[in-house]
Design a binder for this molecule. Structure first.
Ligand SMILES: [Zn+2]
Length: 340
């Protein structure tokens, strides 16, 4: 078992790590890397803030940067959704005041009908090195070709700029031995891992015993937890069917999500997707308290993947009343520290 967050990493250690990250982010802003996008300028140069674009007016009032921990680029039309290219993604980010975004690859058939392969994602983001932060992924079943093949691919992706591993969304158990080999490789390369757990991909039992074993076994790896199977566990009463659903209703008893966040400081909650939003809003009073208590381990994200998509997370900071330090943590500091 690995240390609880109140175990060996002291508050002051966390504080100094946070300060380093802040200084880094401030440096980026000062250097103009983020300012060149126009989104920061739009927020500060419009004193009236009264544009008729509800989004620009209401979403950009916060002077803090906003990083999106979960977006996609999609190469082909599928599921009635048009493709999404890097230029369009950047335009959408500008509209919504998003300074930077993690672009996740989708390599497994359970991930999406068309792959957004790691080499393709790395190519696509090339024109926007200050805005788009690519992750790579390798389906664990690739290990049928031997460990060297997977290792060589991962090394090449890292050399080409991959900043993390994901979206890990393959039709195998979350603690499958083949995935554990990938976790080891990510540990060697100091890559954070973003996984999607539901009833079809990175599967686990009710109560998330496999997930806990993984997070405890790789304390040096930061894990970003995403999707139904994870977020259903924000409440204690979880049934098998909830692992692929959006359970509703008030939360009488907090579940494994707050418990595991409290126990492991290498575990983060990815607030993207309907699952993330549902976990916050099914019981708004619970959601408010959850955001406040776990602000240091929650990451803003959208799961944006096609232009027509409604993104409730863009209202998050109006919907919930958070102080500046909690907003800073969720909007960019936590993700920046995971990527550092
Ligand atoms: Zn996604």
């Amino acid at each position: 078992m690995t240390p609880a967050r109140d175990g060996d990493r002291s508050t002051s250690d966390r504080g100094s790590a946070r300060r380093r990250v802040l200084e880094g982010a401030a440096g980026v802003v000062a250097a103009g890397a983020i300012g060149t996008t126009g989104s920061v300028g739009a927020r500060t140069n419009d004193p009236n803030g009264e544009t008729d674009e509800r989004t620009a007016a209401s979403r950009n009032t916060d002077e803090l940067p906003l990083f999106d921990g979960h977006v996609h680029l999609i190469p082909e039309e599928t599921l009635g959704r048009v493709p999404l290219g890097a230029n369009q993604l950047i335009a959408w980010m500008d509209e919504n005041g998003i300074d930077r975004a993690v672009v996740l690859a989708l390599d497994s058939p359970e991930s999406y009908p068309v792959p957004a392969s790691s080499p393709w994602v790395l190519d696509q983001v090339d024109a926007y090195p200050e805005r788009l932060l690519p992750f790579c992924t390798i389906d664990p079943r690739t290990l049928v070709y031997g460990e060297d093949a997977a290792e060589n691919l991962l090394e090449r992706y890292v050399e080409r700029g991959a900043r993390g591993f994901g979206e890990l969304k393959a039709g195998v158990p979350i603690d499958d031995p083949r995935v554990e080999r990938l976790y080891e490789l990510c540990a060697e390369h100091e890559l954070p891992i973003l996984f999607h757990t539901d009833e079809k991909a990175m599967t686990d039992d009710v109560g998330l015993p496999g997930l806990e074993d993984v997070v405890a076994s790789f304390p040096e790896v930061d894990f970003l937890a995403h999707a139904h199977g994870w977020w259903a566990h924000v409440a204690a009463d979880v049934e098998e069917a909830d692992l692929g659903e959006y359970p509703d209703g008030e939360i009488d008893e907090p579940g494994r999500v707050p418990e595991l966040l409290g126990r492991y400081d290498n575990l983060y909650g990815d607030l993207s997707g309907i699952s993330g939003w549902n976990a916050l809003t099914r019981d708004p009073a619970f959601g408010q308290a959850f955001l406040e208590t776990h602000a240091d381990q929650l990451v803003f994200g959208t799961d944006f993947l096609h232009p027509e998509q409604a993104i409730p997370q863009l209202e998050l900071f109006e919907r919930f009343d958070l102080d500046r330090s909690a907003r800073a943590a969720i909007r960019y500091e936590n993700l920046a520290s995971v990527l550092a």
